[in-house]
Design a protein around this ligand. Sequence first.
Ligand code: BG6
Length: 481
Amino acid sequence: MTERSPRCAFVIFGVTGDLAARKLLPALYALHVDGRLHPDSVVVGYARSDLDDEGLRQRLRDALGEHLGDVDDADWDALAGRIHYVRGGYDEPDDYERLARRLAELGRDDHVYYTSTPPETYCPIVEGLASAGLHRQSGAFRRLVIEKPFGHDLDSARQLNARVQEHFDERQLFRIDHYLAKETAQNLAVLRFGNAIFEPVWSNRFIDHVQITMAEDIGVEGRGAFYEASGVIRDVFQNHLLQLLALVAMEPPTTFSDADAVRDEKVKVLRALACISPHDAVLGQYVGDDDGTVGYQQEEGVDPDSHTATYAAAMFELKTWRWAGVPFYVRSGKRLASKASEIVLVFKTPPHVPFDGPTPLPGDRLVLRLVPDEGISLRFNAKIPGQGIDVGRVSLDFAYRTHFERRIPDPYETLLSDVLAGDATLFMRADEVEAQWRAVAPLLDRGDERPVPYRAGSLGPPEADTLLERQRRTWHSPGSD
Ligand code: BG6
């Protein structure tokens, strides 16, 4: 059943930027077509460019065509008539006054503000909204969605939290991490807590180790200057990968209808993450390959002597009763052989094998695929037909796309719909973000250490394989289990 959001004004700061064109507008359009955006809601774009309402509508129509392909003219016309533009800077109190007047003219009291802008504008936007009195109104909701990166280390995240909370209450804040809205990430909770067979084996009694991988085949895609300041740890480790780890490791919350009940459990996991020693992490940087793919240092906007890591693999440990002794191996990199994100739980090997043949038998594996082809596979041992007992590997597979005959929503669609409904379950709380920065601090503070090189289009640096081999384990790849 589709639920319609309340009538409101959805304000996008940085509406002329890439995120608005690629993600926000397509998501709002999908909600509109689905009947989940109130037919009386308005979208107000805010940016520095010299545009008017019509100019913004044309721009967004072109962007929709480019990123969505299939756009229905009647649906678009119904949405376009409710799109408005306010030109303004991020540091100018007068511009926020103009925004306030425009919002008053439009007559919607409930507001969502979205910072689709560079991180240095987050504080000026918060202060600008507060100076114009837009941050609060009795009897109405005022919600602020803050994009990542939220700070660039623990100190800056603390300062940002403090500045934002001077004007907005925590319950008005929605810190985005789009990985939480991926179907498989959400399904982890249903798999674990909606079935009785998984939870009893979900611990160090049965699980040998956990692997979390986010591999990308793309490079920095014209975002060289941004990436130089962030690198793989700030870009995806601190947020996406640790959020997935928290979902795998958290204790069952009493309910999923209360955002804090879920977030309390995730924070406990993030706080229990043990410090990584330099010995347990590998940082890498891609170099050009023979086909002419350029190396990271040759990308536009990148220092030709850059030490920024585009790959990291690290071992985390959790100091809890359930997980003590179970390593969590986490890795991510740009310009790898293919795009794939997955979580693999590797179970212990059978304690005794009563058949002839090679021992030990491989441990069972539960593979949760986020990208591509969202789904779940259970890999286990089975008898190969024929005389005697020969054991081979088989798989039980479930794929979202073929099983449910439904479109899989883009994570931004889910997230915007949740903001409109006031549901913060899939958003990060202040203490959660800070716990994440604390956990990755040892990976950020590596002095002058140079990342090891790996070839663009490869599986990553060989040193990452050694990290596991030292503990007689290997990274999961189809066919390796
Ligand atoms: C973003 C990162 O958060 O996630 C990008 O900033 C990365 O560097 C992207 O490419 C990957 O998201 P997805 O959904 O395509 O896996």
